[in-house]
Design a binder for this molecule. Structure first.
Ligand SMILES: [Zn+2]
Ligand SMILES: [Zn+2]
Length: 291
């Protein structure tokens, strides 16, 4: 059986997130450790871990990923922003260890017009520093971006470069650093999800690019989302599966490649009623993987 789940709310306690994903038919989970739009966090001792673990066991939910705050920007030129981002990510990595998670999915942020070349060393330095001061069983995962102006990791070469810096450091175990591919973001950033054989030479293929950059072994999770916006639009708006601009056959090809078959799939879609991922979207992905 495929690992297929969703990002669900942890309102009322992280144990409730496990119940929610089980209720819609998922078997793996992504959550926020707190509110995604504020810096403030509860003390790590406040989480109902016993109930969380007993629910994970009861409903057989694994793996679990944490999504970092939307406020994080490790490419900022403002020291105050970097400090807050660093402290927040340190907390999330400690949380990942506490919940026996499989990684913290991070939007690295935006260079705000300064350019990738001007900000890449700073990014590598902060990620390295974070991994040095956080638990050995926590994992930092870069998420690809949708191609919005200035956003880091819209271009998969940037993911490759950052992962290469980690391999040079040698201060912490290599398997603590990987990445997450979001299908909506990839499509919006100009990577076709279709079979590379069916893509015109003028367009980029997600599958071929990940292969050429040797990025499969560090890919830990795939966010399966349709896109409200056209190909290469540079916009990050998720749609329910089959209701957006990603051709069904393209999504089907990508999630059934041998490399992606081994990976957990996490939905981050609006849901039919706008309350987030639901059983209907889980069912639509199940149909795509079954065909
Ligand atoms: Zn995502
Ligand atoms: Zn998104």
């Amino acid at each position: 059986m495929r690992q297929l789940g969703a990002h669900v709310s942890a309102a009322g306690g992280i144990d409730k997130a496990v119940e929610r994903v089980a209720a819609i038919g998922g078997n793996c989970l992504q959550l926020f450790s707190g509110s995604p739009r504020v810096w403030a966090k509860p003390g790590l001792e406040k989480y109902p871990l016993d109930k969380f673990f007993s629910n994970r066991e009861k409903y057989a939910i694994s793996p679990v990923f944490t999504h970092a705050l939307y406020l994080v920007n490790l490419a900022s030129d403002k020291p105050e922003n970097i400090r807050k981002s660093f402290d927040s990510l340190k907390y999330e990595l400690e949380f990942d260890s506490l919940v026996k998670g499989s990684g913290v999915v991070v939007h690295l942020g935006s260079h705000q017009g300064r350019g990738w070349e001007a900000s890449k060393e700073q990014l590598a330095k902060h990620i390295d520093a974070l991994l040095k001061v956080t638990p050995d069983d926590s994992t930092f995962l870069i998420e690809n971006s949708a191609g919005q102006k200035g956003k880091i990791a819209s271009d998969l070469h940037e993911v490759r470069w950052l992962l290469d810096q980690a391999e040079l450091s040698g201060k912490w175990s290599k398997n603590r650093f990987g990445w997450c591919f979001d299908t909506c973001h990839g499509h919006a950033a100009g990577y076709r999800l279709a079979d590379p054989a069916k893509i015109p030479a003028s367009e980029k293929s997600a599958y071929a690019t990940i292969t050429d950059l040797d990025l499969w072994s560090t890919l830990r999770v795939v966010h399966v989302n349709d896109s409200r916006d056209p190909f290469a639009s540079g916009r990050d708006r998720h749609a329910n599966i089959g209701e957006g601009n990603i051709p069904k056959a393209d999504l089907q090809f990508f999630i059934n490649t041998p490399e992606v078959q081994k990976l957990p799939l996490i939905l981050e879609v609006p849901g039919l009623d706008g309350n987030g991922p639901d059983g209907e979207n889980i069912g639509r992905v199940q149909q795509l993987v079954a065909c």
